[in-house]
Design a protein around this ligand. Structure first.
Ligand code: PSV
Ligand code: MN
Length: 430
């Protein structure tokens, strides 16, 4: 495919690195075999794992203060899909994209679906946007959307979500993710109970528009843009809403949307328990909703989340079918590099969690062997699974070293020539 990086370049770089890679994979194979583990089984599971890329992630993001555009930024959804295709071509873990509307609106969605298919991509959950006003929009979302005091604003927000479902049907999506910016900046600004009622009322109308085989993902967030209270602030509110709406509704966990030091893996465990874990928006943070790259600040936390996921899969937890996605804002890096790196970090956490000896862990827990149990987790976390990840990529025609290959390819320089900077163009989250 001419829009991608030439396969010959990948094959050539892989060939140069093959001897060292085989050596490292062999060493890990022998190490795992000594512990009774079969590297081939783990490599196969790793190769089957996928995480979606958000279309907005390939644009350069920003902070509340500024956005510093990068060279060769995507100008529209077609450019974004080109970049998403490269992320998947090299790292081979992101075969789906999650679009956001109206940002990714086009006139012909069958053309868009075809464009994605030609690049080896398909579409994941569609995302609605009622946290921003668009040019020419009838009603403003300044004071809320699905929970706005004015029924006409609520109706407009509901209609937008229903339109997203219609677009998603044309793209082959099977889920709608709803995150609202609704809430209050001042105590007294809104009636906390009434706001939740309005949310349920509006969401029920969106829920009623879901096709039989679709799911509704409710995304909670503690704060921002509302700083006193958000309507769907936490997993408790999200779960109450999902349970009120019906079985197709479940709770999405964005790792940055919690109070500092909250035990996210325990929230994950609880949501799995009630069959309402929708999935994830992976990113990392040190202070709040920093939207930093997955695994860049606290890889152990990411591992502990995957430890719960692997545990749930191992015991066939009913209704367990999480959707995985990255949701990050790239302010100082090339978004393609960040997305590849993050996808690999997510896969790494999965592989490390697969290595945990669950039978031994159960025994240590039963015997109150706290340190022994902890050491079993650490044994998985501390294993360098890089050769497994590389081998899984190689088997899928990806790059042994995706970021080096990308740098060597000159893709960004080529796109910088093809996509001249447009003054005032906005791509990515500010
Ligand atoms: C909100 O902070 C969020 O995490 C939601 O997923 C949005 O749709 C996304 O970021 C993009 O703004
Ligand atoms: Mn998110």
């Amino acid at each position: 495919m001419s829009h991608l990086i030439p396969d010959a370049l990948i094959a050539e770089a892989n060939a140069k690195a093959q001897n060292a890679h085989e050596d490292e994979y062999g060493a890990l194979q022998r190490k795992l075999a000594r512990a009774g583990q079969d590297i081939e089984a783990i490599t196969a599971e790793v190769a089957a794992f996928a995480v979606a890329v958000p279309t907005w992630g390939v644009g350069t993001g920003g902070t509340r203060f500024a956005r510093f555009p990068g060279p060769g930024e995507p100008r529209d959804i077609f450019d974004k899909l080109d970049d998403c295709a490269v992320v998947n071509q090299l790292a081979r873990a992101t075969p789906t994209c999650s679009p956001h509307f109206p940002w990714d609106k086009v006139s012909d969605y069958s053309e868009l679906a075809q464009f994605a298919r030609a690049r080896g991509l398909s579409f994941d959950a569609v995302n609605s946007n009622t946290f921003q006003d668009q040019l020419g929009q009838t009603h403003s979302y300044k004071f809320g959307s699905l929970t706005h005091a004015d029924a006409a604003v609520r109706a407009q927000a509901i209609a937008h979500n229903l339109e997203c479902i219609e677009i998603g049907k044309k793209l082959g999506s099977k889920a709608l993710t709803v995150w609202i910016g609704d809430g209050a900046n001042f105590s007294g600004q809104s009636n906390l109970n009434r706001a939740f009622d309005l949310y349920l009322e509006a969401s029920a109308q969106i829920y009623a528009g879901l096709p039989a085989d679709w799911r509704l993902f409710l995304e909670h967030k503690l704060y921002e843009p509302a700083f006193y209270s958000t309507v769907i602030s936490d997993w408790g509110s999200s779960l109450m809403a999902a349970q009120a709406l019906g079985p197709k509704a479940s709770c999405l966990v964005d790792l940055g949307h919690h109070a500092p030091n909250v035990n996210i893996e325990q929230i994950v465990s609880r949501l799995i328990r009630v069959g309402r874990l929708a999935g994830f928006h992976f990113n990392d943070s040190k202070y709040g909703d920093d939207d930093l790259d997955a695994g860049s600040i606290d890889p152990f936390r990411l591992f502990l989340v995957f430890n719960e996921l692997v545990d749930a899969a191992a015991r066939n937890a009913p209704g367990f079918n999480p959707a995985y996605m990255l949701d990050q804002s790239h302010n100082v890096t090339d978004p393609i590099e960040s997305l590849m790196q993050s996808a690999m970090e997510v896969v790494r956490a999965y592989a490390q969690a697969l290595l945990v000896d669950r039978a031994a862990l159960g025994l240590a827990q039963a015997q109150n062997d706290a340190l022994g149990a902890h050491r079993l987790l650490k044994a998985g976390f501390l294993t360098d699974v890089s050769p497994i990840l590389a081998e899984a990529r190689r088997r899928k025609r990806g790059a042994l070293d995706p970021i080096s290959l990308y740098r060597q390819s000159g893709y960004r320089a080529q796109k910088t020539r093809e996509r001249p900077a447009v003054l005032g163009a906005v791509s990515g989250i500010v």
